[in-house]
Design a protein. Structure first.
Length: 236
């Protein structure tokens, strides 16, 4: 609820003030945000550095990304999400007809939901009632929503629903399992999420728009591969 509120507040302020902010300032904010997301994603992929966790096995991360992206491409997850955003735009009339609302929804939903603070923060909240990481993430997301709202528009607000559903589900899962998850499996998911964050950053920098939503199954495949490696002592 806290993170949802900060996204709505930051996004609302960004949308309200967006027309008053010079174009060069908006472009500068997006460039800084994109650059930070790339650096943060690479750092996470190499070593999550949270709670003493070791670096993820990059071979597992690579295989998970290859298999997960293949699955996502077959299912056309990226296309489905963008079509959903376009359908929302057509229904509510909150965009300008160029698909910007759909792009904003997909970009911000992925940005706010695939990072390490999402996974670890939700687990800490559900298992131990510790909201420190989610509090930090909420503040960061509020600032990011402000910058993105000024540049991408009303679609940023819709991502608050994604945050509520995804983080709520992760927190509930951690609560009912009391955090009984092998840390190595979490690390594999974090390393994969770091690569996804870097891909989102490249899109924000307009270097290249990657179909990041197609990579989402890798977040599930990575822990499964890590489990197989650990259970069967596979030479990977």
């Amino acid at each position: 609820m806290l993170n949802t509120a900060t996204v709505l507040t930051g996004g609302g302020l960004g949308i309200t003030a967006g027309s008053r902010i010079p174009e060069r300032v908006r472009e500068g904010l997006m460039a800084i945000l994109g650059l930070f997301v790339v650096v943060y994603g690479v750092r996470t992929a190499i070593s999550p550095a949270f709670s003493g966790r070791a670096a993820p096995d990059l071979a597992v991360v690579l295989l998970a990304l290859l298999v997960g992206t293949a699955i996502g491409s077959i299912l056309d997850l990226d296309g489905r999400l963008h079509r959903f955003g376009d359908a929302v735009e057509a229904r509510v009339g909150g965009g300008d007809g160029d698909g910007r609302l759909g792009r904003a929804l997909v970009t911000t939903s992925l940005l706010f939901c695939v990072g390490p603070l999402t996974i670890l923060g939700s687990f800490d909240d559900g298992a131990r009632g510790d909201i420190l990481l989610l509090g930090i993430k909420s503040a960061l997301d509020g600032v990011a929503a402000l910058a993105l709202g000024a540049s991408l528009g009303v679609g940023v607000l819709l991502s608050a629903v994604t945050v509520l559903v995804v983080q709520g589900a992760l927190t509930a899962a951690a609560y009912f399992t009391r955090g009984a998850v092998d840390p190595a499996l979490v690390t594999a998911a974090l390393g994969t999420g770091g690569v996804l964050l870097a891909a989102i950053g490249l899109g924000l920098l307009e270097v290249r728009r990657l179909r990041v939503a197609d990579m989402l199954p890798a977040l599930i495949v990575a822990p499964l591969f890590e489990l197989a490696v650990r259970s069967w002592n596979l030479p990977i």
